[in-house]
Write a protein that binds this ligand. Structure first.
Ligand SMILES: *[C@@H]1O[C@H](CO)[C@@H](O)[C@H](O)[C@H]1NC(C)=O
Ligand SMILES: *[C@@H]1O[C@H](CO)[C@@H](O)[C@H](O)[C@H]1NC(C)=O
Ligand SMILES: *[C@@H]1O[C@H](CO)[C@@H](O)[C@H](O)[C@H]1NC(C)=O
Length: 299
């Protein structure tokens, strides 16, 4: 009886050891999404990146997407050194094309704020009822930046925008951008049918065809804005930072698929050693197991 138990135990251990390198899948947390490199605090799926960001930024079918209560927005670029992400809004009007939109808003608890370079313009606002026109007295309209008038007139040189059914408004630059994370541009409330937004003139202010349309959002790692050193080490060893457990504690997701609480330097060398001699290792283990079985049963 005793030897039988020992035998099963040894058999079980052997099978586990042999199958270990084959069972572990590849890296769960992707280090790229389409063409975009993925690094902390962004992650490809739940359990990856930072949980505060994972709620809002996900990789779906090789497309990195920001989700807010107003919609889903493709992430077009990430500037890791300046901590800025750039998104496009499919409902936004550009110099080439105007279309109806409900506006854009960030969730109050989203870890993003608007970059100072953003300029938002309101288009096709109802002359009779929009607070933008507020009785033809533009100085009474808090939403307008009157210094932005040249921007509006340049924008109205775009054919698509000039075709909108409205008088050319010198009040179109929407200023409550400084409101930060709670910023909300509710076009229904403003009685405007569309908006445009850009974050760069591309050096040519008078040429709205070349402006960079989209929205730039800043982010911070935490209140001190320091990059977690555990995560930096993990990324240096080709790992992807993630989190697990009820308290969302840090894990390093390694290229082999294994998770560690530090980095992947050990796991990688262990796996490479096994990979160098996969057939020989397996054969050697089977021989050893056979010898142990023979020893347990016959001696
Ligand atoms: C590693 O962590 C990721 C993210 O939390 C998880 O999805 C995956 O299942 C874990 N892999 C292993 C082998 O535990
Ligand atoms: C604003 O001015 C235009 C012409 O200057 C006029 O047609 C329009 O009725 C005015 N709107 C309001 C709300 O006073
Ligand atoms: C426009 O509004 C401002 C501030 O409310 C006021 O001081 C000014 O007299 C108004 N102008 C006209 C023409 O009604």
């Amino acid at each position: 009886m005793k030897s039988k138990h020992a035998c099963f135990l040894i058999f079980y251990i052997m099978v586990s050891v042999i199958s270990l390198p084959f069972l572990v899948s590849s890296q769960t947390c992707q280090r790229t999404c389409g063409n975009l490199p993925l690094r902390y605090p962004f992650g490809s799926s739940p359990g990856c990146g930072d949980p505060r960001f994972q709620k809002y930024v996900n990789c779906n079918q090789d497309k990195l997407t920001l989700t807010t209560h107003t919609g889903c927005y493709p992430v077009t670029d990430i500037d890791y050194s300046n901590q800025v992400i750039y998104i496009s809004d499919p409902s936004m009007s550009t110099c080439a094309c105007t279309q109806p939109s409900k506006g854009f808003g960030l969730n109050w608890d989203a870890p993003f704020s608007f970059h100072d370079d953003n300029v938002f313009t309101l288009l096709d606002c109802s002359i009779g009822s929009s607070p933008v026109y507020n009785g033809n007295n533009t100085s009474a309209v808090p939403l307008c930046d009157k210094k932005g008038a040249p921007i509006c007139s340049f924008l109205y040189t775009c054919r698509a925008i000039s075709m909108l059914n409205l008088p050319i408004s010198t009040c179109c630059v929407y200023t409550p951008v400084d409101l930060g994370p709670s910023f909300e541009m509710d076009l229904q409330k403003l009685q405007c049918s569309s908006y445009s937004g850009f974050y760069s003139f591309s050096g040519q202010e008078a040429n709205p065809e070349n402006w960079k349309y989209g929205i730039a959002l800043k982010y911070k790692f935490n209140v001190y804005n320091d990059y977690p050193s555990s995560c930096a080490n993990c990324e240096k060893s080709n790992g992807a930072c993630g989190y697990a457990g009820a308290s969302n504690s840090f894990i390093c997701n390694c290229p082999s698929g294994l998770n560690t609480t530090t980095d992947c330097f050990f796991v990688t060398s262990f796996n490479n050693a096994l990979r160098l001699l996969p057939w020989q290792t397996g054969t050697w283990l089977i021989y050893t197991m056979a010898w142990i079985l023979i020893w347990v049963f016959f001696l």
